[in-house]
Design a protein around this ligand. Structure first.
Ligand SMILES: [Zn+2]
Length: 1090
């Protein structure tokens, strides 16, 4: 049993079994309490082997069995012994007729009428029209204690906010002492005692071996390790040039810079885009505070000249260190940057001003910081906070009734990124924060940590600035000039040699799968992109297929063609010839190409309808676990055989009900296997291509907990649904070639006094705050919730820092660090003024997904509505003086009701008959895993009129002129029959053409004679030699380029099947089951003014 490479599997399974049994009584499948020690002990033993067996090479620890067993019972190579070539015998042991599968591509069901035109009794459909007792979505305030149960308030052993200190010693809670010494602060080996509260859906228990090079051990109590060698001048990576370092000087609108891809490679060519195409330096989201507390009044006027040097404005040379202690200096710095924007101070009556949607993309608010600080701040696309003014106490936060949290896109493709190679990475000795632009230099030799306030020494090496080649300028080092930076990690950041890139592909080849025709698409895509897979000479690749049996492919160098090996014992899966199944891509490239060319035909005549997905995943796990890596699993139906088999659960007539019953997994098999994968540094990406219910709620766990991604192509069919084929191809291209990080961990730290608790995204929480990410990809987003644990009255600034440690596809260990700095505020009005409505809506959406799963969909919907009511009530009663009529909201929250209404109509949370269960689950997966920008676009689409595009105000990028039509409100009122309107809903683009649309547009853009000749199904625009065509196509391609997935374009006319879907997304209008925006406002007003 105790095979060193794969020992945890059964031990862990047993532990989880017990755990889940116990937990099911309380309604939650996932807790991390009782299981931990069971798991830890087995994990520790595995990690012993991990350390000792993996140095340098990756011994194949695989075969738990030798080849003997299958001679007895397994149908290995069709029971004719090994060495079968690719002529696979037809497996016809189960002659079940193929399922009826086909039919036209499914379109969203059409509603019978134009919902916008259907009068409905007002207010009657809103959940909460007769509001249940308020759900009080308390945002995780420790003070509310026991009754808040929607987040795991993992009580931390210390509450200093110094999350690193409390966490590092929890890598390993017990077990092998030798591991403790390397992972644990001496004498503080506390086992994790506090499981998350039962109703959370958060992955919990520490599991798995210590991270392959987790963030380095806490050395808080030891002297910092200084290299014994003489201090060498640090070298910057050659790719970092002066430009790269200084270019991040442009406030939050840092335009991504351009050197990273050259270094990292990986094939994906990030299109250089100005990130804020409308980057006016400050939009009128207000950052001027109307009533300043007394202490604020004596600040310097907001002029750049004559300011005292801010702590970060190092004039030059060592003599610049004149700063006073943190407080006063930063206060000055922070307040002198005020720009009085009357607009931002405005109180808006939403019932009177119904059109608050800006006509250009909504920009994130700019924190109210001195410009010298703000210009160094992290780009909000990478890291942003729901409140850009942090309430100084939890009581103040409680009063505001707004959620406090961070939204991250930590591994986003950056065109330019400073990369530092230095033998000493300077970090705080107490809390391990990386030195960053917001620390204080007390003098040349000492810096004060901005998270825990410890005073640290500046290492000798850091005194030299490689950019200027000047000694004595620690404050000018790139680490102190860039809020986003990457370090090449020295060996102390790894526990084993960096793993090679390993890609394992697992294909469903059942009859159903073959029918869809997906396999040839995928194989072709792989052939096309084989040389672009991120990697190096160590890259390994392997393939498996499965139906009722599991098939492996030997690609051993020297074979004349690939060999197929069939294992039919799916109850006790083993790996034949493990050493030849995952092979070096370079050495076996021809065999790999042979296989990819042959594979689609091999199963063309299969009659096998069964799907043994679970056993296939187990086999894939065994195959990949010696190294870790990425599994890409393609599945087209409900798994029917062996472990992990699932049953249909969807009942179509319950779709309309808000009491969704099957949002939770029906088995914990996929989660357990995902945790095993996570422990071995393997992630699973699931591609589900299915026209039928496939229980994504269960299947998705395999990706969720292993830090993978889920892709979903409902009704994929190579003939009936050609746009899905195009979508899959485009998305595979991105998937196969995008950057990838292996064996990653991420930790988020924050200034003492703040505490991070609930995490959202695809990962596994290894210890209190260490996220385990066997793979990290540039398209994944994360969110966390926070609370204020100690009063922040003594500080004016707080900082947040995320550190992502990963192995690049080139085998380098790297650390990407983002640091965000925000001001602390002391009044409710300031909290409201600094609210970031997009971030708030995004965080609420994440919380609502959890609530849907742990309670119910209607609970989640009510909670969303209550979030608006509670915060606006708080604003009304505490900030506004006197009772004003109408619905008064601070300017910063003017879109809050609209975005929440849009969330209620989003696929994740909508009611109504056209919400298929798998589609809803997929939408929920997207909420949890997408960066904020994509989530918001999916939730509140952008509508443009496009029949009159002009070059006025257009963007000019790389010789392309991209029209920028104004964004319109999402209402049928904005449409007109003589126009054409494009809706960008993130994953889909819909071009609605009015009946009386101008002839010019029809002929010059659509290439048709008249309205009647627009095809029923049109998903592409012809490239015509007209300026109108060029403008439209450029605009659409530009929209598409901005996302990692490929939105299909549908041209919609009066009779189109997609028309209902289009109207459904006009969120300001009433639909069959939801209020119009105006009705929603009336409801909110009623509740607020109670
Ligand atoms: Zn510190």
């Amino acid at each position: 049993m105790a095979q060193p490479g794969i020992p945890a599997a059964r031990g862990a399974a047993a532990g989880l079994q017990a755990q889940n049994g116990a937990a099911s009584a309380s309604g939650s499948p996932y807790t991390n309490g009782p299981v931990q020690n069971t798991l830890m002990s087995s994990q520790v033993s595995s990690s012993q082997g991990y350390d000792s067996q993996l140095p340098g090479s990756y011994p194949r620890l695989m075969p738990a069995k030798t080849l003997t067993p299958f001679s007895a019972q397994s149908n290995f190579g069709g029971s004719q012994g090994s060495g079968q070539t690719l002529n696979r015998p037809l497996v016809a042991s189960n002659p079940v007729p193929p399922p009826v599968h086909s039919g036209p591509p499914r379109m969203p069901l059409s509603t019978s009428q134009n919902p916008a035109a259907t009068p409905m009794p007002s207010g009657s459909f809103l959940p909460g029209a007769n509001p249940p007792p308020p759900l009080n979505w308390q945002y995780n305030y420790p003070s509310t204690g026991p009754q808040t149960n929607h987040f795991p308030h993992v009580a931390q052993p210390t509450v200093s906010g110094n999350t690193n200190l409390t966490a590092d010693h929890q890598y390993v809670s017990s077990g092998d002492p030798s591991l403790q010494t390397s992972f644990i602060k001496p004498g503080s080996a506390l086992p994790l005692q506090n499981p998350p509260l039962p109703t959370t859906f958060q992955p919990g228990a520490p599991l798995g071996p210590p991270p392959a090079g987790g963030l380095p051990p806490d050395r808080g109590l030891r002297p910092q390790k200084t290299p014994p060698r003489a201090a060498l001048p640090p070298s910057l990576n050659p790719a970092v040039n002066q430009e790269g370092i200084t270019a991040i000087a442009n406030n939050g609108s840092m335009v991504a810079h351009s050197t990273y891809d050259e270094i990292e490679g990986g094939g994906f060519l990030a299109t250089p885009q100005p990130i804020n195409q409308n980057s006016k330096p400050s939009r009128s989201v207000g950052y001027a505070y109307p009533s300043l507390p007394p202490g604020y009044h004596n600040t310097a006027p907001p002029s750049a000249a004559g300011l005292p040097p801010s702590s970060l404005n190092y004039p030059s040379g060592p003599q610049a260190f004149t700063q006073t202690p943190l407080g006063a200096n930063h206060l000055t710095a922070s307040m002198s940057g005020l720009s009085l924007h009357p607009e931002g101070l405005r109180v808006v009556n939403l019932l009177q001003e119904r059109n608050m949607l800006p006509s250009t993309p909504l920009q994130p608010p700019v924190p109210n910081l001195h410009e010298d600080i703000q210009k160094l701040n992290c780009n909000p696309e990478l890291f942003r906070c729901t409140l850009t003014g942090i309430p100084q106490t939890q009581a103040l936060l409680n009063k505001a009734k707004l959620p406090l949290g961070l939204l991250l896109h930590p591994f986003k493709d950056l065109v330019q990124l400073p990369v530092v190679t230095s033998s000493t990475i300077v970090r705080c000795r107490s809390c391990r924060t990386y030195i960053n632009p917001f620390v204080n230099f007390l003098d040349q030799r000492r810096w004060k940590c901005n998270l825990c306030y410890r005073v640290n020494d500046v290492p000798e090496e850091f005194m030299y600035n490689p950019l200027t080649r000047v000694y004595g300028e620690p404050h000018k080092r790139p680490e102190v000039q860039n809020a986003t930076i990457e370090f090449m990690a020295p060996s102390e950041y790894m526990l084993r040699p960096p793993q090679p890139p390993v890609y394992l592909f697992v294909f469903d080849v059942s009859h159903n799968a073959i029918e869809t025709g997906y396999l040839s698409s995928v194989c072709q895509s792989l052939l096309d992109n084989l040389d672009l897979l991120p990697g190096n000479t160590r890259t390994k690749i392997g393939f498996m297929t499965f139906d009722s049996t599991i098939h492996f492919y030997s690609l051993q160098e020297g074979l004349s063609q690939p060999q197929m090996l069939v294992v039919s014992d799916i109850d006790d899966v083993f790996i034949p010839m493990p050493e030849n199944l995952l092979v070096n891509l370079n050495e076996s490239k021809e065999l790999v190409q042979d296989l990819l060319k042959t594979l689609p035909q091999m199963f063309a005549k299969t009659l096998e309808t069964q799907s043994a997905l679970g056993p296939a995943l187990q086999a894939a796990f065994k195959l990949i676990s010696p190294t870790g890596g990425r599994m890409s699993v393609f599945q087209t139906q409900l798994p029917t055989l062996g472990v992990g088999a699932l049953k249909p659960r969807e009942e179509p007539n319950q779709r309309s009900s808000a009491k969704e019953i099957h949002l939770t997994p029906s088995t914990d098999f996929y989660k357990k296997l995902a945790l095993d994968c996570s422990g071995q540094q393997a992630a699973v990406d699931l591609f589900l291509l299915s026209g039928q219910y496939s229980d994504l709620a269960s299947l998705g766990c395999i990706s969720r907990y292993s830090a993978g991604s889920v892709y979903y192509y409902p009704s994929y069919h190579h003939q009936h649904n050609p746009v899905q084929v195009q979508k899959l191809q485009k998305e595979l291209q991105r998937y196969l070639t995008r950057k990838i990080g292996f064996e990653a961990v991420m930790r988020i730290r924050c200034t003492k006094g703040l505490s991070i608790h609930t995490f959202h995204g695809n990962f596994f929480v290894r210890s209190t705050d260490l996220l385990s990410l066997p793979n990290v990809n540039p398209d994944a987003g994360y969110a966390v919730q926070m609370s204020v644990e100690e009063s922040l009255t003594d500080t004016q600034l707080v900082s947040f820092q995320s550190a992502l440690l990963y192995t690049s596809s080139k085998g380098e260990r790297r650390i990407r660090v983002h640091t965000l700095c925000l001001p602390v505020v002391s009044t409710l009005n300031e909290v409201f003024l600094g609210a970031d409505v997009q971030a708030i809506s995004g965080l609420l959406a994440n919380m609502a997904v959890d609530r849907s799963v742990t309670a119910s969909l209607s609970d989640a919907r009510d909670a969303l509505v209550n979030a608006v009511i509670d915060s606006l009530s708080a604003y009304r009663s505490s900030v506004l003086s006197g009772q004003q009529p109408g619905l008064m909201v601070p300017f910063s929250l003017r879109l809050f009701p609209l975005f929440v209404l849009a969330l209620l109509k989003q696929k994740s949370f909508q009611t109504g008959t056209n919400a298929r269960l798998d589609e809803r689950i997929f939408a929920m997966c997207q909420v949890k895993n997408q960066p904020l920008v994509h989530l918001m676009r999916t939730t509140h689409p952008s509508l443009y009129r496009v029949d009159n595009l002009s070059d006025e105000g257009a963007l000019n990028i790389n010789d392309r002129t991209i029209p920028q039509p104004p964004i319109l409100q999402l209402s049928v009122e904005k449409l007109s029959r003589d126009g054409a309107f494009l809706m960008d809903a993130g994953s889909v683009l819909m071009l609605w053409v009015g009946k009386n649309c101008a002839q010019n547009f029809l002929s010059q853009v659509l290439g048709v004679q008249n309205y009647a000749s627009i095809p029923q199904t049109m998903t592409d625009l012809p490239e015509l030699d007209t300026p109108e065509s060029a403008r439209t196509i450029t605009f659409i391609s530009w929209l598409r380029e901005q996302r990692p997935f490929f939105p299909i374009l549908y041209v919609i006319r009066e009779e189109s099947l997609m028309k209902a879907a289009f109207l459904q997304k006009l969120v300001e209008d009433r639909t069959e089951s939801a209020l119009s925006y105006y009705e929603f406002l009336l409801h909110i007003q009623q509740q607020v003014n109670k």
